[in-house]
Design a protein around this ligand. Structure first.
Ligand code: ATP
Ligand code: MG
Ligand code: MG
Length: 381
């Protein structure tokens, strides 16, 4: 009996545990809070990631460890890796934890990135705004997620407000200034690399964010195959450089037909949730196969899929449950503003059928605003 340990007990750990059940796997999830939603589907160990006694207990009970979120302290990941197999490796995790390190790596590998500069202090911010120009975005280097820890600078008049909002973070987690990319589309490539170096990607996904939080994903993205091949090549270069094992996502902006890398998520990713019902093998199952050294599953799509995120509170499940090809995921979380509490995936055999499903469920849920950009991308608004 193999037990997989997961650091972090959110919905990603929950979906990993659910997808691992058919493989006969057991799980132990570690989180800092007792109501972590993965705890409803797998045994939960409550403890601080920096607490050696808690980590030792975790290590003694699992055969291999992985992550449901990227901000596990790198030292804790290293501590574990000296005792049990840990995938992805702590160096890969650390590279994705710091936007400066991450973007420098993209550049080194020849992957285009928006202009960026380190901002250690206020004088550096002024210099960076001049060098990069406006509009631009000030972000924390570490610990940001769902668009938190970001400030958009539209003109030099916003610099004071940006520093007021984030200046105190400079000494704690670092700051980075990035050029604002007026992208036509946001895309992501979700990829998996096995222990033996085997590499696969799922079809390119198009994503829409609202207030920095993912709102909808569409797969396959309607884009030219050359772009998809380029995204795939970027992902493979990163995976090989980092000796990455497991699933990760590379978030990309598409501007004038050019792909610019935004960030690397060293874990299963929200833009890959559609793979549960929309692909031969889901990102969750392939992540487990990868970390366990099992053969990777086929990543081909089963038709066309759209995932809609439920933020704050769950809508009425009825319209999605009644739709043929409709799939419902409730993470069992307490409602809270801005919190990802669930998602739905609509799967259809072709794009026209998917558009019809989206129109119907969007209308029934009173969420036409959320589905409208997806309908536009499907050419049927
Ligand atoms: P995640 O939850 O994906 O980890 P995050 O907090 O790490 O989010 P980013 O992915 O950097 O943040 O930014 C969130 C969203 O904000 C992006 O998906 C994009 O829509 C927008 N954004 C971020 N950086 C830029 C940029 N340089 N130019 C234009 N838009 C941007
Ligand atoms: Mg991020
Ligand atoms: Mg992101």
């Amino acid at each position: 009996m193999t037990t997989v340990g997961i650091l972090g007990g959110g919905q990603l750990a929950r979906m990993l545990a659910l997808s691992g059940a058919p493989l006969g796997l057991r799980f132990l999830v570690m989180d800092t809070v007792a109501d972590a939603c993965a705890g409803q589907c797998a045994p939960l160990l409550v403890g601080d990631y920096r607490d050696e006694a808690a980590l030792a207990e975790f290590a003694s009970k699992v055969d291999v460890a992985t992550f449901d979120f990227e901000n596990v302290p790198a030292e804790s990941a290293e501590w574990l890796a000296r005792r049990i197999p840990v995938f992805p490796n702590p160096r890969a995790l650390a590279s994705a934890q710091d936007r400066m390190v991450e973007k420098s790596l993209f550049r080194e590998l020849g992957i285009p990135v928006p202009d960026f500069m380190d901002v250690p202090d206020r004088a550096a911010l002024d210099a960076a705004v001049v060098a990069i120009g406006t509009p631009c975005i000030l972000k924390t280097r570490r610990l940001g997620y769902d668009g938190k820890g970001q400030f958009r600078i539209r003109s030099t008049a916003d610099v004071d407000a940006a520093w007021d909002a984030l200046g105190a973070q400079a000494a704690k987690v670092g700051l980075i200034l990035e050029a604002f990319v007026p992208f036509e589309r946001e895309l992501s490539v979700v990829a998996v690399r096995g222990r033996d170096g085997g590499f696969r990607t799922w079809p390119l996904t198009e994503n829409w964010h609202v207030d920095g939080v993912l709102s909808a994903s569409l797969a396959p993205a309607a884009c030219d195959p050359e772009l998809a091949a380029q995204a795939q090549a970027h992902a493979r270069a990163l995976a090989e450089r980092l000796d990455y094992v497991g699933v990760f996502a590379l978030e990309l902006f598409c501007r004038d037909g050019v792909l610019l890398a935004n960030e690397l998520a060293p874990r299963v990713h929200n833009s890959g949730h559609w793979t549960i019902e929309g692909a031969e093998t889901s990102q969750f199952q392939n992540h487990l196969r990868a970390v366990l050294g099992l053969p990777l599953g086929e990543t081909r799509m089963l038709g066309h899929a759209c995932m809609l995120n439920w933020i704050g509170a769950m809508p009425d499940a009825g319209p999605v449950l009644r739709a043929a090809g409709g799939h419902w995921h409730d993470y069992g979380k307490q409602p809270r503003e801005g919190r990802k509490v669930g998602h739905a995936t609509l799967r259809a055999n072709d794009a026209a059928e998917l558009a019809r499903m989206l129109r119907e469920t969007g209308a029934a849920l009173g969420r036409m605003e959320q589905v409208a950009p997806v309908l536009a991308a499907l050419g049927s608004l």
